[in-house]
Design a protein around this ligand. Structure first.
Ligand SMILES: Nc1ncnc2c1ncn2[C@@H]1O[C@H](COP(=O)(O)OP(=O)(O)O)[C@@H](O)[C@H]1O
Ligand SMILES: [Mg+2]
Length: 344
């Protein structure tokens, strides 16, 4: 596992330095490979030259991926699945639903419904494919302490009748959606299939993405492979920790590595990646345009869907597809109900 990397095999790293590195969140070759030598020298009390040697050696060791044939790429693309929002207008906008092997970014201001969407997709993904799911489990990386099992329960109970009946049968449970015992069992089973971890800071979040790959690898052998990884929010920690222009480059470098890790899980395990991002709501904010996600188009170079969420009247929200490969831009309206996301 990445977190158990033998740091002491790196030049100039003895037990004391290895411990300091780990304490500062450098637990893998990958995290060291993307570190700046200056930053490393400071946090581990070593000289810049040693730090530089460590970074270079870690780059040799880190798993940076491999080439594959066009045939492999084609086979992989044929496996792409579509995860339904259970809101037809949004699914249509997306050409069928949220794609696996892609990152979908949902951005919008506070309260626009980003966390509700990640919860709903962690539910929907578990449904059989004939009712819009991918019959898989979910990984939820929670950086804002917003994951609520109670909301999952509301959303499971709020699923359309047809979806409930299908998933009850699929899980081999007795009874129907009208039986309270069945529903309790069903809710418990949905919760059991969501793997949640709280990210305490950006380095921790990066490590959790590596760990998510381990979970995906383990689940792949089971009946319930990971089919969605939600990161809510992708950017909050990075934004809070790297303030000011001087740290922008470093922040972007870290974020890029993190996004790359997520992309890799998507590719390797046929998983949909859904990440949330805030827009600047404060006109004085460093990133001026209030309709732009924090950090600009951070995902610009990934194969990606981007959706902008806007508040409308009461519980209505406007979902706008901003730019997506091979799809026309467009809008749809959803409502956020007690029972989850619903059509207009
Ligand atoms: N139990 C609920 N019943 C109805 N609406 C809810 C419920 N929980 C949250 N909401 C709605 O979701 C909104 C918050 O959405 P949220 O996903 O937390 O926003 P964001 O993550 O974009 O900040 C609230 O303003 C509220 O309208
Ligand atoms: Mg939120």
């Amino acid at each position: 596992m990445a977190a158990d990397a033998d740091l002491e095999s790196l030049p100039g790293v003895g037990p004391a330095t290895a411990q300091k590195l780990r304490e500062n969140g450098y637990e893998s070759f990958q995290s060291l490979a993307v570190a700046g030598p200056g930053e490393l020298a400071n946090s581990a009390d070593i000289g810049e030259n040693t730090a530089s040697d460590i970074v270079n050696a870690a780059r040799q060791e880190a798993d940076i991926g491999d080439f594959e044939t066009g045939t492999d790429v084609l086979e992989r693309r044929e496996r792409i699945g579509k995860l339904s929002w259970l809101v037809d207008d949004v699914d249509d906008l997306l050409g069928g639903g949220v794609e696996t092997q892609s990152i979908t970014e949902v951005y919008g201001e506070f309260g626009s419904g980003k966390s509700q969407i990640t919860h709903q997709l962690a539910v929907n993904v578990q449904l059989p494919t004939e009712v819009g799911g991918l019959r898989g489990c979910a990984v939820f990386i929670d950086s804002e302490d917003t994951f609520r099992p109670e909301r999952i329960e509301d959303m499971v109970r709020g699923l359309p009748e047809e979806a409930l009946e299908a998933t009850i049968e699929d899980r081999g449970l007795e009874g129907s959606p009208d039986d309270e015992d069945t529903m309790e069992e069903l809710v418990a089973d949905f919760l059991e299939k969501i793997h949640v971890a709280k990210a305490f800071n950006s380095n921790h979040q990066i490590l959790l993405a590596e760990k998510a790959q381990d979970v995906a690898s383990k689940q792949e052998e089971t009946e319930w492979p990971v089919r969605v990884v939600a990161v809510d929010s992708l950017t909050a920690h990075f934004r809070a920790e790297y303030v000011g222009r001087g740290q922008l480059a470093e922040r972007q470098q870290k974020l890029n590595k993190h996004i790359h890790d997520l992309m890799r899980i998507g590719d390797l395990y046929n998983t949909a990646m859904i990440v949330t991002n805030q827009v600047a709501s404060n006109p004085d904010a460093f990133f001026g345009d209030p309709t732009q996600p924090i950090g600009g188009n951070i995902l610009g170079h990934s194969s990606t869907f981007r959706m902008y969420l806007r508040k409308s009247k009461a519980n209505k929200r406007i979902v706008k597809l901003v730019d997506a490969p091979n799809l026309a831009d467009g809008e749809a309206v959803i409502r956020i109900e007690g029972e989850g996301l619903k059509p207009e």
